[in-house]
Design a protein around this ligand. Structure first.
Ligand SMILES: Cc1ncc(COP(=O)(O)O)c(C=O)c1O
Length: 381
């Protein structure tokens, strides 16, 4: 997900509570990050070296798959997954109407057509609507686990099996999440990951990965991420891409992955504090679903406010940096040429979404400041 401060000069001090605080996050782990940097630079290990291999092994173990292949973005993970599964021109892939645009763009850039399906109250694809979207051209389902909470993978896998469709999980926002103990990214043929800096596991630039149990697919992706070349024999196995995860980023991600279980607990504690303080406000829908077996790791804490922009603008005016992704659904951007089949839930939530600050750098005082401002809005509104 884009940070609000991603593309513009911003002084964190302008906000009482910034959405994320990269400087403070770095300070939490400075000695380990600096040591990783010196280790990589001292060895001159820049491309496809030990840190990348170790990070891939650690990631696969964390997710619960046999293989992980580091790439340079979540988009590339989606794009290569689709191609690895033989999806291309003439094929359709089912995607949610509410997601980051890259989910659909990867399908289009693979030569296939995304068929959008509305989402449910948990912001994820509404499984009851998938059947109606399947046509003779459908080859795959690409569910997204938005904000740290997984789509209903047991039901999606069942539909896919019955209809002989491939499943590719867009797990870019949900590393560490699970259903009945089975990890996000371990259900489908592949799991796709983004290590964009403000993800739950974020590097210091772009990064991504594919996880899979399929050795042939893993080998294909390993070759294609490096111009189609088999690094041992020098043979080109197709026209590939250049989309590696850098060894330096892998070294940083290794450090952060070790912290992730503790950081997820902290995110859950922040979410619990918001819930305790805000759940009595009728016009505010909080992201707690209490569905047995479904774990929420709170990559984002996205509330729905009936007051929409009035609410989010009030928070910003009072020093709370919030995100409102996405006020304009991606299928309504004319240049993308996508078909709007009518998505009432996506339309409704798009007017109301507002992500509150949620990160491991937040102090309890800052959480209380957010809570005070939210309550003040509803007291005066
Ligand atoms: C749901 C989802 N899919 C795909 C992506 C694309 O990841 P990246 O920015 O690393 O290409 C993102 C990242 O923002 C995302 O949130």
């Amino acid at each position: 997900m884009e940070s609000p401060s991603a593309c513009r000069e911003i002084n964190d001090m302008a906000w009482k509570v910034p959405f994320v605080n990269a400087t403070r996050n770095y300070q939490l782990i400075k000695s380990e990050i600096d040591a990783a940097y010196h280790d990589v630079m001292g060895r001159g290990d820049l491309i496809m070296r030990g840190h990348l291999q170790r990070f891939e092994e650690d990631l696969a173990k964390f997710v619960g798959t046999r293989f992980a292949i580091g790439l340079n973005s979540g988009y590339d993970a989606l794009h290569l997954s689709l191609r690895a599964c033989g999806i291309g021109p003439g094929h359709e892939v089912i995607v949610p109407a509410h997601t980051f645009v890259a989910t659909a763009s990867a399908v289009v850039n693979a030569g296939a057509t995304p068929v959008l399906v509305d989402v449910g109250r948990d912001f994820n694809i509404d499984v009851d609507r998938i059947d109606a979207a399947i046509s003779p051209r459908t080859r795959g389902i690409l569910p997204v686990h938005l904000s740290g909470y997984m789509a209903d993978m047991p039901r999606i896998m069942k539909i896919a099996k019955e209809r002989e469709l491939v499943v590719i999980e867009d797990a870019c926002q949900s590393l560490g999440s699970s259903i009945n103990g089975k990890g996000a990214g371990s259900f489908g043929r592949t799991g796709c990951w983004s290590f964009y800096p403000f993800k739950i596991l974020g590097g210091y630039g772009d990064g991504g990965a594919i996880t899979t149990d399929d050795p042939d697919l893993a080998q294909w992706v390993r070759r294609m991420r490096y111009n189609g070349e088999d690094r041992e024999t020098g043979e080109y196995h197709g026209h590939g891409y250049t989309c590696l995860l850098d060894n330096l980023q892998a070294a940083f991600l290794e450090v952060k992955l070790r912290r992730l279980p503790a950081w997820i607990l902290r995110r859950k504690a922040v979410a619990a504090r918001y819930r305790h303080a805000l759940s009595d406000i009728p016009d505010l829908l909080l992201p707690h679903y209490d569905r047995p077996g479904f774990d929420h790791v709170y990559q984002n804490y996205t509330v729905r406010s009936r007051q929409g922009d009035d609410f989010s603008e009030y928070l910003k005016a009072n020093g709370i940096e919030v995100l409102t992704q996405f006020r304009k659904p991606y299928y309504r951007h004319a240049a993308l040429g996508l078909v709007d089949r009518g998505f009432p839930e996506t339309e409704a939530l798009s007017r109301e979404v507002c992500s509150l600050p949620m990160n491991v750098e937040l102090t309890d005082d800052e959480i209380d400041t957010v809570i005070d401002v939210v309550r003040a809005f509803y007291a005066t509104g």
